[in-house]
Design a protein around this ligand. Structure first.
Ligand code: PRT
Ligand code: MG
Length: 209
């Protein structure tokens, strides 16, 4: 049995074609079904549908043999206990700092609102800026507008969300894409099923370029 952990949003949409190329087609649709375990056309492959941030946890503990997670999520979780064999090149975006348009330069300690606490801490330490990191779970864009923070660290794709809230992207922290992660024990014990799948994903991605 092979269990693959995926989140239901954009990663699922971008993963379906990759799975299809590998001959794996879900029987249930997570958008219309409330099932958290999806059967596929292959009796020995199932998908578990979970929050994006929970994917590394499921894979690390072996509740799923493999999973697909954004690099942003992996950087926060820490990837030491996972194999990360493949950049799938899907769900691409950037992690950036952003401030209100026309915000004055801040000297000294800045307040940063984000859900990416560790990544933000590492980034500001790396550029020698003293930062107080304020953890939020969503609606980061609001924080500078209500005086909670001077800037935010968040995912930017089109920039529309920032723009709609009077913010502007400033520094690029890193480019983000989604990665295949594999449980370390599964990689050994289910090598015969996992490695061909990795190879097939890789082939599909290469053919896109
Ligand atoms: O429920 P939860 O939000 O935890 O997870 P989810 O299942 O809803 O996952 P999802 O789809 O929100 O995010 C999964 C992964 O997609 C993230 O970990 C990123 O690696 C990647 N990704 C790619 C994005 C975006 N693009 C994106 N645009 N993740 C989030 N956004 C959000 C961003 O947070 C911001 O609010 O979209 C907004 C910005 O988009 P623009 O186009 O307005 O700039
Ligand atoms: Mg989301």
């Amino acid at each position: 049995m092979l269990t693959i952990a995926i989140s239901k949003g954009r990663i699922y949409d971008d993963t379906l074609p990759l799975l299809a190329e590998a001959g794996i087609i879900p029987i249930d649709n997570p958008k219309t079904s409330r099932k958290l375990i999806l059967r596929t056309n292959q009796d020995d492959v199932k998908l578990v549908i979970i929050r994006a941030t929970d994917v590394p946890t499921f894979v690390e503990y072996g509740a799923a043999d493999m999973g697909i997670a954004g690099k942003d999520v992996l950087m926060e979780h820490g990837a030491e206990n996972l194999y990360e064999p493949l950049d799938l090149g899907i769900a691409k975006c950037r992690m950036m700092t952003a401030t209100p348009v026309n915000a004055p330069e801040i000297s000294g300690r800045i307040k940063v609102a984000t859900k990416y606490v560790k990544t933000a801490q590492r980034y500001f330490a790396g550029i020698g800026v003293q930062a107080e990191i304020i953890k939020l779970y969503g609606a980061m864009e609001l924080a500078p507008l209500v005086g909670l923070a001077d800037c935010i660290v968040d995912i930017v794709e089109t920039g529309n969300t920032l723009k709609a809230n009077g913010l502007v992207a400033k520094e690029l922290i890193t480019h983000i894409s989604s990665r295949l992660v594999v449980n370390k024990a599964s990689m050994k014990m289910k090598h015969g099923i996992i490695q061909p799948l990795i190879d097939q994903f890789e082939k599909t991605i290469e053919n896109r370029h």
